[in-house]
Design a protein around this ligand. Structure first.
Ligand code: NAD
Length: 491
C-alpha cells in the first residue's frame, strides 16, 4: 500500500520524490510505502496553510468554534484507538499497552486544548493599568501564523498531538512532518482531521526525508513558527534557519537525565521507578533517567535487585501478550545503541546484565535491557544520550556530591530523586538544573504540566498553557481617551 501527502484538504501523490518502504522493526518485513515530499510539495503545503491563515478565516473563528473541531479529532482518535495503537506497534515496535496509552494521551491532548481554546473566549483581553490616565491599554494574544511542526519517531502520534493540538487551538495553521521511519499514525491523524471537517489548508501533512521535506519547511519564508522535537544537531540547524527570518522557534531536544536514590528510599519502589525510567519505550525517551546515582549504603542491594528484575523483563514482538520490551525502532538505532555499549566497555564499563541481541531473536532490532556499572565520568556512555534500554548506575557518598554529579551535564531536560526524607527530596529537586523534576517517581507526564528542558535540552515549553503560548503572539492595543488634544506639534 502506498500513502499520499495530505495537502490543502486533498490526498495527493508527491511531485517527484517517489516512495520509500517502511519496515516492521519486530520482523524487518515491509509494511507500507511512504510518500517522499519534495521542496515543491512543501511549497504547495505552506501556501495552502498561508491562505487558510491569511484569508480563509481559521484564526478568526472563536476559540469555542475551533474547540468543536479539536473535540471531533479527539473523538476520531478514540474511535480508532485500538487500530491506531496496533499500527503504532507495527511501525515503531513498542509494546501494545504502551501504544494504547500513547494514543489515549494523544486524544486527551486534543480535548485539553479544546478546553483551553474555549477558556480564552471567556477570559477576554488582559487590561493593563497605565500610570498615564489619558490612555487605556489591553494585551491580546493572537495566533502566530503558519506553524511548521517536525517530530521524531519515538512517540509518533503523541508528538504530533503535542504540536498540532495547541497550534490549531491557538488559531495557527500547520504543516506537519513526521519522522521518515514512523509516519503511519500521522497519516491516520490526517484522515481523522479530514473527517472532522477541518477546513482545507488548516492542517497539512508532508511525509518524507528530513534533509528534503524538513529542510524545505524550515527554510520556507511562508512559515512563521518552527516547532521541533528531535536531536540536538538538527535542533541547532533549525535554530540557525529560524534566525535568518526571525521565525518563532521552540525546541524539545535530548537529555541525559539523572535519577538520585538516597539510602532512605524504599528499595522495591526505587527499582520499579528506575526500570520505568529507562526501559519504557525501549529507553527511546528524551527524558529517560539514564544516569542512576545510588547512595553507597543502598548501592549493592539496589544493583542486585535491579539486575535480577531487569533479567526478567519479557522481550518480544510488541503485539504479543505480556511483552514489556519490544525491538528498537530501526536497524540504524539498533546499531547505534549496540555501538554505544561496545564503546562503554572499551572505556572500562562493566556490563552487569544485558548488552547484546537476546538469544533466539535472529530477526528484528531486539536488544537486551542493559545495566552498566563502573562507567567513567568522562566516557560517552555517561555523557551522551544513548537513546536505548541502557542505564548507567553509580554510587555516591553525600547529597552535595549527588547534586554535583547530577548537574554535571550539558543537558537539562529531566531529573528524579527518591528519598524517605521529604525535606531532602525538595532540596535536591530545587537544586537540579532541569526543566522536569520527579520526586519518588520517574517519567509520568501530564498534558496539564509544562514540558521542556534547560541548557542544551531545548527552548520553550510544550503542554499545559505554556504549550498554547508557543503558538501565540502578544499584541498591545492602546487607546487615547483624553478629550484634550495631544498638543506637541499643534498647539
Ligand atoms: P532527528 O533530529 O534526526 O529527527 C527528528 C525529525 O527531524 C525527523 O522528522 C527528521 O526527518 C527531521 N529532520 C532531520 N533533518 C532535518 C533537517 N535538516 N531539517 C528539518 N528537519 C529535519 O531525531 P530522531 O532520530 O528522529 O529522534 C531522536 C532524538 O530526538 C533523540 O536525540 C531524542 O533525545 C530527541 N527527542 C527529544 C524529545 C523531547 O521531548 N525533548 C522527544 C523525542 C525525541
Amino acid at each position: 500500500m502506498r500513502n499520499m501527502l495530505y495537502i490543502d484538504g486533498k490526498w495527493i501523490a508527491p511531485a517527484e520524490g517517489g516512495y520509500q518502504e517502511v519496515t516492521n522493526p519486530a520482523t524487518e518485513e515491509p509494511i507500507q510505502e511512504i510518500a517522499y515530499a519534495t521542496e515543491q510539495d512543501v511549497d504547495v503545503a505552506v501556501k495552502a496553510a498561508r491562505r487558510a491563515f491569511d484569508r480563509d478565516g481559521w484564526p478568526r473563528l472563536s476559540g469555542t468554534q475551533r474547540a468543536q473541531y479539536l473535540r471531533a479529532i479527539a473523538q476520531g482518535i478514540r474511535h480508532r484507538q485500538e487500530e491506531i495503537a496496533r499500527l503504532e506497534v507495527l511501525d515503531n515496535g513498542k509494546p501494545l499497552p504502551e501504544a494504547l496509552w500513547d494514543i489515549g494521551d494523544a486524544a486527551g491532548c486534543f480535548d485539553f486544548y479544546a478546553d483551553l481554546a474555549e477558556q480564552r473566549d471567556s477570559e477576554g483581553p488582559e487590561v493593563i493599568a497605565l500610570a498615564d490616565e489619558r490612555f487605556t491599554c489591553k494585551a491580546v494574544k493572537e495566533p502566530i501564523g503558519v506553524a511548521g511542526a517536525i517530530i521524531p519517531w519515538n512517540y509518533p502520534l503523541l508528538m504530533a498531538a503535542w504540536k498540532v493540538a495547541p497550534a490549531l487551538a491557538a488559531g495557527c495553521t500547520v504543516v506537519l512532518k513526521p519522522a521518515e521511519v514512523t509516519s503511519l499514525t500521522a497519516i491516520q491523524l490526517a484522515a481523522i482531521i479530514d473527517e472532522a471537517g477541518v477546513p482545507p489548508g488548516v492542517f497539512n501533512l508532508v511525509t518524507g526525508a528530513g534533509s528534503v521535506a524538513g529542510q524545505a519547511i524550515i527554510d520556507h519564508k511562508g512559515v512563521d513558527k518552527l516547532a521541533f522535537t528531535g536531536s540536538g544537531p538538527v535542533g541547532s540547524r533549525i535554530m540557525a534557519a529560524a534566525a535568518r527570518d526571525i521565525k518563532r522557534v521552540s525546541l524539545e531536544l535530548g537529555g541525559k537525565s539523572p535519577f538520585v536514590v538516597f539510602d532512605d528510599a524504599d528499595l522495591e519502589q526505587a527499582v520499579e521507578w528506575i526500570m520505568f525510567g529507562i526501559f519504557w519505550n525501549q529507553g527511546q525517551v528524551c527524558s529517560a533517567t539514564s544516569r542512576v546515582l545510588v547512595q553507597e549504603g543502598l548501592y549493592p542491594r539496589l544493583l542486585a535487585r535491579l539486575v535480577e528484575e531487569t533479567r526478567k523483563i519479557r522481550i518480544g514482538n510488541g503485539l504479543d501478550e505480556g511483552v514489556l520490551l519490544g525491538p528498537l525502532v530501526s536497524k540504524r538505532q539498533h546499531e547505534q545503541v549496540l555501538g554505544a555499549i561496545e564503546a562503554a566497555k572499551a572505556a572500562g564499563a562493566t556490563v552487569a546484565c544485558g548488552g547484546q541481541r537476546p538469544a533466539g531473536f535472529d530477526k528484528g532490532y531486539y536488544l537486551e535491557p542493559t545495566v552498566l556499572t563502573d562507567v567513567p565520568l568522562d566516557s560517552a556512555a555517561w555523557v551522551e544520550e544513548i537513546f536505548g534500554p541502557v542505564v548507567c548506575v553509580r554510587p555516591f557518598a553525600s547529597e552535595p556530591e549527588a547534586i554535583e554529579l547530577a548537574n554535571d551535564s550539558r543537558f537539562g531536560l529531566a531529573a528524579a530523586v527518591m528519598s524517605g526524607d521529604e525535606a531532602r527530596a525538595e532540596r535536591v529537586a530545587a537544586a537540579f538544573q532541569a526543566g522536569i523534576v520527579w520526586i519518588n517517581c520517574s517519567q509520568p507526564t501530564f498534558t496539564e504540566a509544562p514540558w521542556g528542558g534547560y541548557k542544551e535540552s531545548g527552548i520553550g515549553r510544550e503542554l499545559g498553557r505554556w504549550g498554547l503560548d508557543n503558538y501565540l503572539e502578544t499584541k498591545q492595543i492602546t487607546r487615547y481617551t483624553s478629550k484634550q488634544p495631544w498638543g506637541w506639534y499643534i498647539k
